[in-house]
Design a protein around this ligand. Structure first.
Ligand SMILES: NC(=O)C1=CN([C@@H]2O[C@H](COP(=O)(O)OP(=O)(O)OC[C@H]3O[C@@H](n4cnc5c(N)ncnc54)[C@H](O)[C@@H]3O)[C@@H](O)[C@H]2O)C=CC1
Ligand SMILES: N[C@@H](CC=O)C(=O)O
Ligand code: NA
Length: 815
């Protein structure tokens, strides 16, 4: 036999009651008659409570009473056959009349005691259980209605009474024996004391009723039918990726429901736990979904962490001073004082130096806790043995819960790593030695970000979400969006990574969408956006959103974003950039970026600064990480110049090849940056710095390949005109090389901390002879690669290969 409990939403409307009856029919057909526990119709308890308050205040409660009646009468009218209606109307009327008398009594006395409040509230469950039992009778034959005030006996703690289990068990067993095999409907939530006065079991107490009855009858299972798919891994309002858990132990469920997850009333677990009866949480509105099972012997679970729960608003009090050190009984005095005054302590931490104690309370209790402490410890305060307690508000608790974390190293590491790399400061920590809950106190402002970051860190089989903010929609930016869109599905399916582009800005406009912008239509969305580009505002918005795993991507060729990197790192956001200016300006700035990224635990990736998508930065880093030492680097790192020399043959004009290189997207936005050697110089400088040399731009020797007049051209048009005007100069060089059977190569070299870039004519014996397109080539001669260098070669410019490099840097963030 099972005990089924239906919550307020399951009996909230004509439609949901219809579903409830279907669920019952199928239960009766497969498992026989259950005992059914019912909550009041959704919203009715609040309505009753409001009525009682109105009556006590001398206000008119009649409209509420009418609303209460009509909600129940509508169900009678719609769901019961006419001949069955009258007796139900009559019984309901009796309830409503009694209730009205009580409310009038409250109005006369202008007083609402907890005892009378419980009595008023009891009518919600009485009406719904009666009603549902009669509707069920029409479909399933005879039913029995039981008012739980006759079955569940408690003390007189009105509002949240304590159950006398021994007496209750006997009453429930007797009742069941009398009606054995019948379909029984019991009112949830309500009970009575020794004198027979109505008491209640606390808000959510119908779950508890089901467990009390289930345990008394040694039932097979307690099924809680509610409006969600079970206990979730985290609050789904804050964590979109939260999912329902299949299985939990009683302790885990208790921990999770204590914090935030209001799926089940925590005391429910106790009777079920004592008798090892499984509790199943199921969704009335999705009856095929299997829900969550809370059981003694969890079978499938291998997860160390079951769920992440949270309390949104808490305050902490910090008490410190030398007078506490080594003083036995100090915390005893403190906590018994708070207990005496009914102040519930949510979390406690004390340093082993015993110099300070921090504890968390509900914000409403903080001030009275402080005052009580000041009274109790007046002497110690005067003698300056302790400091006056300090209250801190706007805090939240995040707790990871799971019994399997016991004796498993690394669980706390994952938690603190996820928090740390997202810049979330931990104010206090608590873990009991039972090791099934680690709680941290963080700023309220960081809670959503923390929950998502921690969820991503533990549920690694789910998608990792990267929240990306992109500057630049030119050649590289737009190609990146195209690639991200094309590979979106593959990335999610194969790699479990979801890249959400949250913000986009070019030099004209900017646009944001916290859910992620649609990359198929980003251009239209940006064009239609009413927000003018503003770099400071862009960054401010990014910080304000405070999203986990955030990445700032700079796909511009501008100096403006560079000056903001430091601020971005300080906001615990990673930076990915193809813009070389940042790394190739002053050495001091180069160093600051690395120091800040390290300090804030975020990534700084710039693979495309050298050789576009070719793995050059990464290769150099790996060589050095594994203890190798660079002796020499020789390289062709200008894709544009490489392309020019690979195609400047026969009767082709120099001017035309440069134009073609620009059309193919190899050049910088301004091609003079390539042909002046500036772009190449930046790359060599970045490589030299990454190889450990402290160099500035002025330390690099560059041989010009252009006549002075081209270098001095003030605009791009003028520059092209000068290329045409100097055609003979280029022809001479070309013919000279061709006559000697050689090719032109612009080669950079780093050796002994010196960097030079020179124009050379090389023959087919030279390793850099065979190149085509925009090929880059780089040869690393190191301690380990001494005889034959390590060579990386391939297209080193172009939108596709560059965007691909940026893409790969993005997905490596946080990896
Ligand atoms: N073309 C290539 O093969 C490679 C290019 N790169 C780098 O890629 C970067 C971008 O190059 P392209 O896409 O060709 O440039 P582009 O000129 O086509 O696009 C630049 C974009 O940046 C935007 N922008 C400029 N200043 C801005 C600001 N302050 N705020 C927001 N947006 C701003 C512009 O509106 C434009 O959308 C450059 O730094 C370049 O060095 C790196 C490796 C290879
Ligand atoms: N303009 C650059 C592109 C890559 O950084 C080049 O020509 O190499
Ligand atoms: Na690269």
């Amino acid at each position: 036999m099972k005990v089924l409990k239906f919550g307020g939403t399951s009996v909230g409307s004509v439609k949901s009651i219809g579903t409830l009856i279907d669920i019952l029919k199928s239960e009766v057909a497969t498992n026989g008659n259950p005992v059914v526990v019912l909550s009041a119709m959704g919203g009715v308890t609040n309505l009753l409570s409001a009525m009682a308050s109105k009556a006590a205040a001398g206000d008119d409660f009649s409209t509420y009473l009418t609303e209460l009646q009509s909600r129940h009468f509508e169900v009678v009218k719609t769901l019961l056959d006419v001949p069955r209606q009258n007796p139900v109307y009559t019984q309901l009327k009796i309830y409503f009349n009694d209730l009205e008398d009580i409310l009038q009594g409250i109005a006369i006395l202008s007083e609402l005691t907890p005892r009378i409040n419980d009595l008023v509230l009891s009518y919600g469950e009485r009406c719904s259980a009666l009603l549902i039992s009669k509707i069920a009778e029409q479909h399933l034959g005879e039913t029995v209605f039981a008012d739980a005030t006759a079955l569940i006996k408690t003390d007189s703690s009105y509002g949240q009474a304590h159950v006398n289990t021994e007496l209750t068990d006997i009453l429930v067993q007797d009742f069941y024996a009398k009606h054995k095999g019948k379909l029984i409907f019991v009112t949830g939530f309500i009970s009575s004391n020794n004198e027979g006065r109505v008491t209640t079991l606390g808000r959510g107490g119908s779950d508890y009723t089901a467990a009390i009855i289930g345990a008394a009858l040694d039932c097979e299972e307690i099924v809680i039918w509610t409006d969600v798919n079970g206990m979730m891994t985290a609050d789904p309002k804050m964590v979109k990726k939260a999912f329902p858990l299949k299985e939990l132990s009683y302790t885990e469920a208790m921990e999770l429901s204590y914090f935030g997850a209001k799926v089940i009333y925590p005391p429910t677990m106790i009777p079920a736990f004592m008798k090892k009866i499984p509790i199943v949480i199921r969704n009335t509105f999705e009856p095929l979904f299997e829900g969550t099972v809370i059981r003694h012997d969890c079978r499938e679970s291998t997860r160390n962490i079951k769920g992440i729960s949270s309390i949104n608003e808490i305050s902490i009090l910090n008490l410190q001073g030398s007078g506490m050190v080594g003083k036995a009984g100090f915390s005893g005095r403190l906590f018994s004082l708070l207990a005496r005054e009914q102040i519930n302590i949510i979390l406690i931490t004390q340093s082993s130096s015993e110099h300070s104690i921090t504890f968390a309370v509900k914000p409403a209790d903080a001030l009275s806790a402080k005052r009580l402490i000041e009274q109790e410890f007046e002497l110690e305060l005067e003698a300056k043995k302790i400091d006056s307690p300090i209250i801190e508000d706007s805090l939240s608790i995040l707790a990871i819960v799971g019994e399997n974390m016991k004796q498993t190293p690394g669980i706390a590491g994952t938690l603190f790593h996820a928090l740390g790399r997202n810049g979330i400061n931990v104010r206090a920590i608590a873990q009991g030695s039972s090791e099934y809950n680690i709680s941290v106190i963080i700023s309220r402002h960081d809670l959503a970000k923390a929950l998502n970051a921690v969820h991503d860190a533990y549920y690694t089989d789910l998608k990792k979400t990267l929240n990306v903010f992109c500057l630049g929609t030119g050649n590289i930016g737009r190609t990146l969006f195209k690639q991200l869109q094309e590979h979106r599905e593959f990335l999610q399916l194969q790699n479990g990574i979801l890249v959400n582009v949250i913000g986009i800005s070019n030099s004209r406009k900017m646009v944001f969408n916290e859910e992620g912008l649609n990359l198929e239509t980003w251009k239209e969305t940006l064009d239609q956006s009413e927000e003018t580009a503003d770099l400071d505002l862009f960054i401010a918005r990014m910080k304000e959103m405070n999203l986990p795993n955030a990445v700032f991507v700079d796909n511009t060729a501008s100096t403006a974003p560079i000056s903001r990197y430091a601020d971005v790192f300080r906001s615990n956001v990673s930076v990915v950039t193809c813009n070389k200016i940042g790394n190739s300006s002053s050495y001091a700035q180069y160093k600051t970026f690395r120091d800040l990224a390290r300090k804030h635990g975020v990534d700084f990736y710039y693979e495309t600064n050298v050789g576009a998508g070719l793995p050059i930065i990464r290769t150099l880093k790996d060589l050095q990480l594994s203890g190798d030492r660079v002796i020499r680097i020789e390289a062709i790192l200008s894709g544009t110049i490489s392309f020019i020399f690979n195609n400047f043959k026969g009767d082709v004009m120099f001017h035309d090849v440069v134009k073609l290189a620009q059309e193919k997207g190899f050049t910088e936005p301004d091609p003079r940056d390539d042909l002046s050697g500036m772009d190449f110089m930046r790359k060599m400088l970045i490589l030299a710095r990454d190889a450990g040399h402290v160099l500035e731009q002025t330390d690099i020797k560059i041989q010009n390949i252009l006549p002075q007049s081209c270098l001095e051209a003030e605009t791009v048009e003028e520059f092209y005109a000068e290329l045409l005007a100097n055609n003979d100069y280029f022809e001479t060089i070309k013919q000279q090389a061709e006559a000697e059977g050689k090719v032109l190569r612009y080669i950079g070299k780093l050796e002994d901390g010196q960097v030079a870039i020179t124009l050379q004519m090389v023959d087919d014996a030279h390793p850099f002879y065979m190149l085509s397109g925009s090929d880059n080539i780089i040869s690393f001669t190191t301690e380990r690669y001494k005889e034959r260098p390590l060579v990386v070669k391939g297209p080193g410019a172009g939108a596709e290969v560059t965007a691909a490099g940026v893409f790969s840097d993005i997905v490596n963030v946080g990896a």
